[in-house]
Design a protein around this ligand. Structure first.
Ligand code: MG
Length: 173
């Protein structure tokens, strides 16, 4: 008996998913500030177990969220010495490999990021960060957006106590 839903004229649509990732780190003097794999000239850096790349942490959580595969803390617990000082770009590579293993048809369609930091101004870095994010995620630069905001001098971001990142991704599986 023929099955109309199995007809070759009916294309199989990919499954589209969105994922939201957010992260916040405290800032302290004398620590490196790395955003999207790019080193930023800043007297204040991110307090973290890893390299403290708040943007890549949000990217990782957005991707994991879109795939319903947990969160960054489950995959790389801060209590695990293996991740001490880890480069977040390496963590992202591992997460992308994990996702592709679970979903061979995985594609990142676009990534929209917002970084909130009082100082320094990120405008000179936005394009470099965008390029780096595209390379690390294996997509073209046109699929990646990087926006920057300040904390309007309101605590904790506006008082230079913290940095935030928010990332939204659209993927297909
Ligand atoms: Mg983090």
């Amino acid at each position: 008996m023929s099955n109309p839903s199995a007809s070759p004229s009916v294309p199989t649509l990919p499954s589209f998913r969105v994922g939201l990732g957010t992260d916040r780190h405290r800032l302290a003097e004398g620590l490196p500030l790395v955003l999207g794999g790019v080193r930023i000239e800043s007297p204040l850096g991110s307090v973290a177990h890893s390299d403290g790349d708040v943007l890549l942490h949000a990217v990782i959580d957005a991707l994991l969220g879109a795939c319903a595969m947990g969160d960054i803390g489950e995959h790389f617990p801060p209590s695990d010495e293996r991740w001490k000082g880890a480069r977040s770009s390496d963590l992202l590579k591992q997460v992308l490999a994990l996702i592709k293993q679970a979903h061979p048809a995985f594609q990142l369609l676009n990534l929209d990021a917002t970084i909130t930091l009082e100082a320094p101004k990120l405008s000179p870095y936005k394009q470099v960060i965008r390029q780096s994010l595209a390379e690390l995620s294996g997509v073209s630069v046109g699929q990646v957006s990087v926006k920057a905001k300040t904390g309007e001098k309101i605590a904790p971001i506006g008082t230079l106590e913290a940095i935030d990142a928010q990332v939204l991704v659209l993927i297909s599986l």
